[in-house]
Design a protein around this ligand. Sequence first.
Ligand SMILES: Cc1cc2nc3c(=O)[nH]c(=O)nc-3n(C[C@H](O)[C@H](O)[C@H](O)COP(=O)(O)OP(=O)(O)OC[C@H]3O[C@@H](n4cnc5c(N)ncnc54)[C@H](O)[C@@H]3O)c2cc1C
Length: 303
Amino acid sequence: MRIRPFDFKVADSLADALKQLDQTGPDARLIAGGTDLVLNLKKKTVQPKVIISLHLLKDLECIEEKNDVIHIGALAKHADLAIHPILEKHASILCQAVGLIGSWQIRNAGTIGGNICNASPAADSAPPLLVLDADVVVAGLKGDRIIPVTSFFTGPGQTVMEPNEILKEIRFKPSVNPSAGCYLKLRRRKAVDISLVGVAFQAQTDATGKNIEKVGIALGGVAPTPIRVPEAESCFKGISIDKAFEKIKLCAQASVEAAKPIDDLRASADYKRTIVNVFVQRCAQQVLTELKIPMLKKIEGDL
Ligand SMILES: Cc1cc2nc3c(=O)[nH]c(=O)nc-3n(C[C@H](O)[C@H](O)[C@H](O)COP(=O)(O)OP(=O)(O)OC[C@H]3O[C@@H](n4cnc5c(N)ncnc54)[C@H](O)[C@@H]3O)c2cc1C
């Protein structure tokens, strides 16, 4: 498959990238790792006249915690995110999910910004970002816009970003109370395959560590965009961890009802419903068990 010729430009700063993007108009495309874009060029689903590379913008590769907020630059690569100590400590669900993306080669080139700007309904980083209540920061010539990830995706391959904007960073507040998360994805092959269904389940307790304070459940690959299922999350509201174990089946059923999966090339709606049901139960079981361990250790110590 031959790629149509294009001009290749390299931006040396974010301001330069914004200027070049604005000057070229709709004929321009940004490239980060290129793992999605190059395929789309080959398939001719996009045919830009100009490609602007962001690879010199090293500031956008950062992963850091500042003033109790975790900042992830749009150009941070999946391979770095998957083993980053700040994320392992506060958002292990994101490490789990990006660690399952493609192969080593894809994770070494692919960026989190590219993953969400490409806006595949099955993008693996999206469900964890949804349950972490993350925001994205989008830069434009008139300044930055902060957009919750919950309102970022508008359809397959579509987001609320304007063509002359650039995703700068993703950020979220880590939980101060004990928290745990689990991401499971179903794929046809064991490696290098996008997910048929991805389930993210994140929970945090109150300060005592005994009661569930907040639960986030998000699904990828079942609807035109990655979605949260608040109807299912509410099954756990304000109850103890022990009681929460009893609600797992109810929550899984509520997730299936809220998800309204669609038939597509990769799987039928019925099959996706079954997977959502099973994966929500498995994720919940794992997360609640992880949250319960400190309580069990304390009881053991008291004996
Ligand atoms: C073999 C293979 C396996 C894969 N497996 C998976 C998988 O398991 N799970 C999964 O989720 N994905 C998978 N992917 C898809 C892809 O690797 C990811 O989506 C990756 O994160 C894309 O990032 P990138 O930096 O390569 O994006 P690019 O290809 O450079 O860009 C993707 C799109 O986003 C735009 N863009 C990039 N950065 C920005 C920015 N900062 N601001 C605005 N727009 C921007 C580009 O213009 C382009 O339209 C796979 C791809 C391949 C080829």
